[in-house]
Design a protein around this ligand. Structure first.
Ligand code: PXP
Length: 249
């Protein structure tokens, strides 16, 4: 059974589009509430909730994360940059897992994978701190040998393979190559003792191939589920994705 983590950032993006200046994150006219959405995702079968608390707080706010941490019935996965401030926040919050992602202010969403090789000491410090606190660290990396090998050597229990290049190549000539890279990466990560997650750009079409990646533990999916939910409601969007991930389950 492949598990589904639903990334609910876009619910907060919609709220912030209208209520960025408001003093509160909920109540009165302020909508939609990402914590209510998380609750509905969980009821529909999500195995976990993922949020990215970005440095610029463009969507998810600190208060959302604190409320989620108290109200969630599944697991909370906190995506964060590899900074001392976010490390302190995570150590106080104690989510089930953190996913370390690269972060630049200019990007619209997370673009490339985390360069573990180029930021070895920074990443090692966060992994050590999380391991000591009993919080699982997932490293969001491209399916490159050097990134995978170092992730294992630094003692991170999980990796999340970046599926964005594959998703972007899906309708072009590079699709087979990108899928093969992910397959090789998943096998290599598993052989190195890492739990293999994947995410970014996964949708209701490419899931048919993504689900064939070996050793998959969990997929983190946001954009396509929230987009579909505009038409079908979140309950159907989560149930259908879960069924496509695990046909016959
Ligand atoms: N995993 C990580 C690490 C991400 O940064 C994102 C995007 O925020 C996702 C998964 C979800 O990607 P998408 O919204 O394209 O499904």
């Amino acid at each position: 059974m492949i598990l589904l983590g639903v990334n609910i950032d876009h619910c907060a993006t919609l709220r912030q589009a209208r209520y960025r200046q408001a003093a509160a994150t909920r109540g009165g006219n302020i909508e939609p509430d990402p914590v209510e959405l998380a609750f509905r995702c969980e009821k529909a079968g999500a195995d976990g909730i993922t949020v990215h608390l970005r440095e610029d707080r463009r969507h998810i706010q600190d208060e959302d994360v604190l409320r989620l941490s108290e109200s969630r019935t599944t697991r909370l996965n906190l995506e964060m940059a590899c900074t001392p401030a976010m490390t302190d926040f995570a150590l106080r919050l104690k989510p089930h897992s953190v996913c370390l992602v690269p972060e630049s202010r200019e990007e619209v969403t997370t673009e490339g994978g985390l360069d573990v090789v180029g930021n070895r000491d920074k990443v090692a410090r966060v992994v050590d701190a999380m391991n000591a606190a009993g919080i699982k660290t997932s490293l969001f990396i491209d399916p490159d040998d050097a990134q995978i090998d170092l992730s294992a050597r630094l003692g991170a229990p999980w990796v999340e393979l970046h599926t964005g290049a594959y998703a972007n190549a899906y309708h072009g000539a590079g699709r087979g190559t990108e899928l093969a890279r992910l397959m090789t990466g998943a096998n290599r990560a598993h052989a190195a003792g890492l739990v293999v997650n994947a995410g970014h750009g996964i949708n209701y079409v490419n899931i048919a191939e993504i689900r064939t990646l070996p050793h998959l533990h969990e997929l983190n999916i946001g954009h396509s589920i929230i987009s579909r939910a505009l038409f079908t409601g979140i309950d159907e969007a989560v149930r259908t994705m879960k069924a496509l991930m695990n046909p016959g389950a």
